[in-house]
Design a protein around this ligand. Structure first.
Ligand SMILES: Nc1nc2c(c(=O)[nH]1)N[C@H]1C(S)=C(S)[C@@H](COP(=O)(O)O)O[C@H]1N2
Ligand SMILES: [Mo]
Length: 322
């Protein structure tokens, strides 16, 4: 039996959040053993990222768009949040069981100042900025959303990541008392995601706390979630309780569930199809148009953010490292 199997305890037998966190940390430790077969290459790590500098003006150009915004009603009722059910309407219909205060984020791994921080302390001194970003989902729909949040980099820097911090691993709360979906085995909880350190530090990467000027609703990942606009939607992990600086590419919930369909990078790429469907076009859920009848539009490389992020992947085979 592998360590991973040994750690698989049915979610409904666990009530203590601390048990989840410990299990998550053990899983992270296990992820350093070269047996995960990411992208079909057992234990393989991609080449180190190139050094890239982006001018503030180049970065800012990514936050602005004249595209029609997705309506608040659609952003808050057509969701993916498996902790509250697998249907798009389930998260907004779920009872408001998530307690978003007090809310603690544990920051650890390769950094000089690890610690447990309350969400308000984590964000102290940072003024949320509005940034309009597209969220492009892997099943072929997209939204244009005015997010409210802080650059993830400004938060991560406080913990002083060391040179061994090559990746950042994120973990969602997994408390069946607050999240009914965690009692079902749609995914192996807790939901986990990861970014390479340069992706996490990129000025387009946002730790979002709200949208349309209001605090995040439960269904959108209250009290804080990631927004990585050039990647497929599942990278934008919700309701984060742990952030770890790690040396090896961390395992992620969707990659673990279906490695051939969900790669670690998951950069929006019309040239790389999902094994079960094309990724060349998307339906934009925006304006007053019914989402069901929205016209298909061509999907752009990096979700339209190539100017800001393509440099991060210079020399990387995007078909191999999808
Ligand atoms: N914890 C957690 N985060 C998650 C998910 C989830 O099921 N659980 N779904 C992801 C997927 S697949 C998408 S497309 C986006 C959807 O975000 P939205 O509902 O705010 O549009 O959240 C992502 N973050
Ligand atoms: Mo998604």
């Amino acid at each position: 039996m592998s360590l991973r199997d040994a750690l698989k305890v049915p979610a409904n037998q666990i009530t203590d959040e601390a048990v989840y966190r410990e299990r998550r940390r053990l899983l992270a430790a296990f992820a350093t053993v070269p047996a995960l077969g990411l992208s079909g290459c057992v234990g393989a790590e991609p080449p180190p990222p190139p050094k890239v500098t982006l001018t503030p003006e180049q970065a800012r150009s990514g936050f602005r768009t004249d595209e029609t915004l997705t309506r608040f009603e659609d952003v808050t009722t057509y969701n993916n949040f498996y902790e509250f059910g697998t249907g798009k309407a389930d998260p907004s219909r779920a009872p408001r069981t998530l307690r978003t205060r007090p809310w603690t984020v544990a920051v650890g791994g390769h950094c000089a100042k690890p610690g447990k921080v309350g969400v308000d302390d984590l964000l102290k001194g940072l003024t949320p900025e509005e940034r309009v970003y597209r969220l492009r989902c892997v099943e072929g729909w997209s939204m244009v959303i005015p997010w409210l949040g802080v650059p993830l980099a400004s938060v991560l820097k406080r913990f002083e990541p060391t040179s061994q911090a090559k990746y950042v691993a994120f973990t969602t709360l997994a408390d069946p008392k607050q999240m009914p979906g965690v009692a079902w085995s749609s995914l192996d909880w807790p939901y986990r995601e990861g970014l390479r350190i340069d992706e996490a530090m990129h000025p387009l990467t946002l730790l979002a706390t709200g949208l349309y000027g209001k605090p995040l609703l439960q269904q959108n990942g209250a009290p804080l979630r990631l927004v990585v606009p050039w990647k497929y939607g599942f990278k934008s992990i919700k309701s984060i309780v742990a952030i770890d600086f790690v040396e090896k590419m961390p395992e992620t919930a969707w990659h673990e569930a279906q490695p051939s369909e969900y790669g670690f990078f998951s950069n929006v790429n019309p040239a790389v199809d999902h094994p079960r469907w094309s990724q060349k076009t998307e339906r934009r859920i925006a304006g007053t148009a019914s989402k069901l009848f929205a016209e298909r539009i061509p999907t752009r490389p990096f979700n339209g953010y190539a100017e800001q992020v393509a440099g991060l992947y210079r020399g990387l085979d995007l078909k191999k490292w999808f």
